[in-house]
Design a protein around this ligand. Structure first.
Ligand code: GCB
Length: 609
């Protein structure tokens, strides 16, 4: 009972922070996707006056403030911009790959969309929901500021009920993708800093009192029990009846909210078909109040570790994985659509995967939803990458906010089993405290999933060929993960034969990265860098080397598809692409793809026995 109370309290905490609507894919919504007008504003002239004071703070912002979408009253009036006469760009979509002139652009771009909107019911409420904007968004509707959001890969929403008109609304968004030292991620990464409204924007309509949030899942301690919490939002939400129905299981239960609009549920069933990678069964779950109804598709499973094993529904599992960046291999640029997700996850399946690492930031919601349906386990992570400003409190708050939002959005997805805190971060006291706080937060928000981070390996002093994981954060994680590039950044592939692993932690090991660059179609001998043969050789040697790690329970090599990175400049080979993909940027499979595929097929066959 106490546990349930705690769970409910924590859920409320998440909701209060942001009031993020969950499951917007199944709610009545009008997408604002399509062409938006845009103005490129490197000097942020539409945001600051000539004394560099933000118009946001001014009593009368005047005609210079772009968010007012000003038009001259007559020919004498001076207005030096015009959204409607400006060029258009597609939303969702990054700006870099839509306009040649914006390919390398890092700065501010203003977006404007005009629309009419008629509510279905007068008493209803409306929210504008952004699936993501990279990196900072200042949002205005009809000349009023709704808010500012920081973080390029997580959703956010604002209520617009009072501001919305039936005709001629204008939504203006200033999106700024300048990299910042204190940002999350920080200045240096190994991926393209795609800017803009990279995911869908929609208007979501709800009843006046509505279902804000819920988590419904299998009780980790009793696999015949489904339990959860529902939170309402509105002015009259205390002592309200909520009905939870799972038709396929014949479950139908009424619960009543407490004074804060939250209610907990517990339901018993003997006939739950557990979600597995072979049979990814999802149930329709209906949450109903007198005024609102939300339907979701939820799978029920448990995920735990026991000593060196990972257990899915109490059965040992090996994670046959691959890392993926959120890039579209067909269109190039940021992926955002269901088709993009299908392409990436279908390739992962073809490779023999039952698991993917979604690197290095939260991907769009389609990915986890589709993984639920396809039976692919998922690692999700936040962009706490390399050299974050560990001593900066704002940086911590930002990272925690991204983490909280990611968990909040995807907490009902059975496929998601691991929350990852960070990637290749150098150990220090401040970093250990930073990550420790993130991990504690994660455990408080979601005690049902596993925690990890992509750590680094090191050598025993005086013996470079004996590898260990010497990182205090290894004591915190449930899954011991690390990246290693022996044979690429460290020697040649035959070095793998000399390496001995001395991993002393009694935990499952999942190697989060290994790999080598190869340019598709470039053939040479196995020691020629960037040839397909080198990459193929490295995969063979690495797979043999890591198979000797007794507690190895999974891998997610780097990476499914070549991806853009400004760090990779070698002409005729890289040309701005990280070439560690097993598939080229135009969808062609390299030789190493088939090495890994064979390894996975053998593993899968062994696991069936
Ligand atoms: C890493 C990073 C990844 C890079 C990769 C590489 O360790 O985690 O973001 O892209 O190496 O290709 O160097």
């Amino acid at each position: 009972m106490k546990k349930i109370f705690l769970f409910a309290a924590l859920l409320q905490l998440i909701s209060a922070q942001e009031n993020l609507l969950i499951n917007v894919y199944n709610r009545p919504a009008k997408s604002l996707s399509g062409q938006w007008n845009y103005i490129v504003d490197p000097y942020e002239n539409g945001f600051y006056n000539y004394r560099y004071e933000p118009y946001d703070n001014a009593k009368d912002p005047g005609k210079g403030a772009y968010f007012t979408n000003a038009k001259p009253k007559d020919k004498t009036e001076l207005v030096e911009y015009d959204f409607d006469k400006s060029d258009t760009i597609a939303v969702p979509g990054d700006w870099n790959t839509q306009k040649e002139k914006l390919f390398y652009y890092e700065g501010t771009i203003w977006y404007k969309k005009s629309f009419d909107y008629r509510k279905k019911k007068n008493t209803n409420r409306v929210f504008v929901y952004f699936e993501a904007a990279n990196y900072q968004a200042d949002v205005y509707l009809n000349g009023t500021k709704l808010g500012k959001h920081i973080g390029g890969f997580t959703p956010f929403n604002y209520e617009v009920t009072k501001l919305l008109k039936e005709k001629d609304n204008f939504l203006v968004v200033k999106v700024d993708n300048k990299r910042k030292k204190e940002g999350v991620p920080t200045l240096n990464t190994d991926w393209w800093n795609y800017g803009g409204l990279t995911r869908d924007v929609k208007l979501v309509e709800t009843s006046d009192d509505f279902i804000q949030d819920y988590v419904i899942q299998l009780d980790p301690n009793d696999r015949k029990k489904i339990k959860g919490t529902v939170t309402l939002n509105g002015s009259d939400i205390a002592q309200k009846k909520i009905r939870i129905i799972i038709p396929e299981l014949g479950l139908d239960q009424m619960i009543v909210t407490d004074s804060s609009g939250t209610a907990s549920v517990e339901m018993q069933s003997q006939k739950i078909s557990y979600w597995t990678t072979q049979n990814p069964h999802v149930y329709n779950v209906i949450v109903q109040t007198q005024k609102d109804e939300v339907v979701d598709q939820i799978g029920f499973r448990t995920i735990t570790t026991k000593e060196q094993n990972i257990l899915l529904n109490n059965t040992e599992i090996f994670l046959r994985g691959i890392s993926i960046h959120e890039e579209s291999p067909v269109r190039h640029g940021r992926a955002h659509s269901l088709d993009d997700a299908k392409q990436l996850l279908t390739w992962a399946k073809e490779l023999g995967c039952n698991y993917v690492r979604l690197a290095h930031y939260p991907h769009n919601e389609h990915m986890a939803r589709l993984a639920d349906k396809m039976g692919i386990l998922v690692w999700e992570e936040i962009p706490v990458y390399w050299t974050i400003s560990w001593d900066n409190e704002e940086t911590y708050r930002n990272a925690e906010h991204q983490l909280t939002t990611m968990i909040n959005r995807d907490k009902n997805r059975a496929s998601v089993i691991i929350w990852s805190m960070a990637n290749e971060t150098p150990t220090s006291d401040l970093r250990n405290i930073f990550l420790g706080k993130l991990a504690a937060k994660t455990r408080a928000l979601d005690p049902t999933r596993l925690i990890s981070a992509a750590l680094e390996q090191s050598s025993v002093p005086g013996n470079p060929n004996v590898k260990i994981i010497s990182d205090p954060f290894a004591n915190v994680v449930d899954i011991l993960s690390f990246n290693q590039y022996i044979g690429w950044y460290d020697g040649l592939p035959n070095k793998c034969k000399d390496i001995r692993w001395n991993i002393t932690q009694n935990k499952p090991v999942v190697i989060s990265e290994f790999g080598a660059d190869a340019k598709y179609g470039f053939h040479a001998d196995t020691l020629t860098r960037f040839s397909e043969e080198y990459q193929e050789y490295l995969y063979k040697e690495t797979l043999e080397m890591i198979s000797a790690i007794p507690q190895l329970r999974g891998i997610s090599p780097w990476i499914l598809v070549d991806f853009r990175s400004p760090r990779r400049t070698l002409p005729n080979i890289q040309d701005g692409w990280n070439r560690k993909g097993l598939i080229s940027d135009d969808g062609k499979k390299k030789k190493a793809f088939f090495v890994l595929q064979k390894f996975y097929n053998t593993k899968a066959a062994m696991n069936k026995k």
